[in-house]
Design a protein around this ligand. Structure first.
Ligand code: CTP
Length: 391
């Protein structure tokens, strides 16, 4: 991979040559870009020697367009150390030197930052806000770690070790570049609709398919917002998966509609209850002699259809369908009605597919008429196939 290592002016800059050395040793081609302040901590000769290329540090040294040729050259831009200053500049769109200009030009390709600063600076709301902004744009953060800082105190702010940063680079280089700059929304599990303080209407969805989708997206480097109904499942890849636990369809609706505008796409695999009790008693309902009980149900909002109506140019929306008759024709109708790009048809006819089990068999229909049919596979393999087909 072609990697640009950006170095900014923090004491951890002294570790940058070691990081470059590790990357070169792993077989990558590396070029360095540094700010003026970085040059207080590390020399041009060192960086040019370890990278075996000229250093980029002056915006106008070769006519003022080197940030564009470097952007075209690089597959990945890694800023280590990243000071509060460079983080703030990128979050605000400021380009006033070689590295900040390159960072703004480097859109659509993966960027990793390894923040390093004093712990009070790291905790400052402005820095935390800027970090959240950069993350929402798909910029990946490695560290900072906790430990002894150059200023003599201990806290969170140490740059992650060069080995840790190099490992994150390997992670990205073996994954899907495109997904590593994207955020996806996934819904999973059942919804529970309360009848009273101890009872609810639910369904048999285990959440396994949705969790497998979230994990497969995260493995490919995407950042995932996973909105799940009640389930005992947990996520192993906690670094790239932000989990939102909800109970009812209306809570899932609120979370999904809020998150969708920040996402490149959404895969809605939750088994959302179509109806909920019109009223929920705030105490346990008592038996009423031998008489039966009547529950009035009202319709829940359709999350998938709502996201279909919110969808903007460039966003992808994937829904699921569980059909028993005229399966493909019904799924195709659902795809058009809800403005989807893909629909994943679950077949209940196949043994080993559906609720609760670890395997599944699906047919993926696309808006432009493509059809992909899977054999019976593990839910993890099905998730990989869905991602490969729809992203
Ligand atoms: N879905 C949703 N919100 C709902 C109901 C369903 O987001 N209130 C989503 C599911 O997550 C899934 C798809 O819609 O992606 C499944 O739709 P399905 O329940 O099969 O079909 P419906 O639209 O409910 O239509 P019908 O009941 O007529 O089959």
């Amino acid at each position: 991979m072609k990697i640009i290592v950006g170095i900014t002016g923090g004491i951890a800059a002294y570790k940058a040559p070691e990081l470059v050395r590790l990357l070169v040793k792993a077989g990558h081609e590396v070029r360095c870009a540094a700010t003026g302040h970085a040059m207080q901590f590390v020399t041009r000769v060192t960086l040019e020697t370890v990278s075996q290329h000229p250093l980029y540090s002056d915006l106008f040294a070769s006519g003022g367009t080197e940030h564009i040729s470097l952007k075209d050259w690089g597959d990945l831009l890694l800023v280590a150390p990243a000071t509060a200053n460079i983080i703030g500049k990128v979050a605000s769109g400021i380009a006033d030197d070689a590295l900040s200009t390159l960072l703004l030009a480097f859109s659509g390709k993966p960027v990793i930052m390894a923040p390093a600063m004093n712990c009070e600076m790291w905790a400052h709301p402005a820095v935390q806000r800027n970090i959240a902004t950069l993350k929402s744009w798909g910029i990946r953060m490695v560290g900072p770690a906790e430990g002894e800082l150059a200023c003599g105190v201990s806290g969170v702010g140490r740059m992650a070790e060069p080995e840790t940063i190099a490992a994150e680079v390997e992670n990205i280089s073996t994954s899907n570049f495109q997904l590593s700059t994207q955020k996806w929304l996934v819904t999973a599990g059942p919804t529970f609709e309360r009848i009273d303080s101890v009872r609810f209407i639910g369904n048999y969805s285990s959440g396994k398919m949705g969790f497998a989708l979230a994990e497969a997206l995260a493995e490919q480097g995407a950042d995932v917002e996973l909105v799940t109904g009640p389930t005992h499942l947990d996520v192993s890849n906690t670094r790239h998966i932000n989990i939102h636990r909800v109970e009812s369809a209306r809570e899932m609706y609120a979370a999904a509609t809020e998150l969708f505008p920040q996402c490149r796409g959404a895969i809605l695999s939750a088994a959302v209850a179509d109806y909920r009790p019109a009223e929920c008693a705030n105490h346990k309902l008592k038996k009423n002699g031998s008489e039966g009980m009547h529950l009035d149900l009202v319709q829940n909002p359709d999350i998938l259809a709502t996201l279909g109506s919110m969808k903007q140019e460039g966003q992808t929306l994937v829904g699921f369908a569980l059909e028993t008759d005229n399966e493909e024709a019904n799924a195709q109708r659902k795809l058009e009605k809800k403005n989807l790009d893909y629909i994943v048809l679950n077949s209940l006819r196949d043994k080993g597919a559906g609720f609760g089990v670890d395997t599944n068999k699906v047919t993926i229909l696309s808006r432009d008429g493509h059809r992909t049919e899977s054999p019976l596979l593990s839910k993890h393999e099905i998730a990989q196939l869905i991602i490969q087909t729809t992203t």
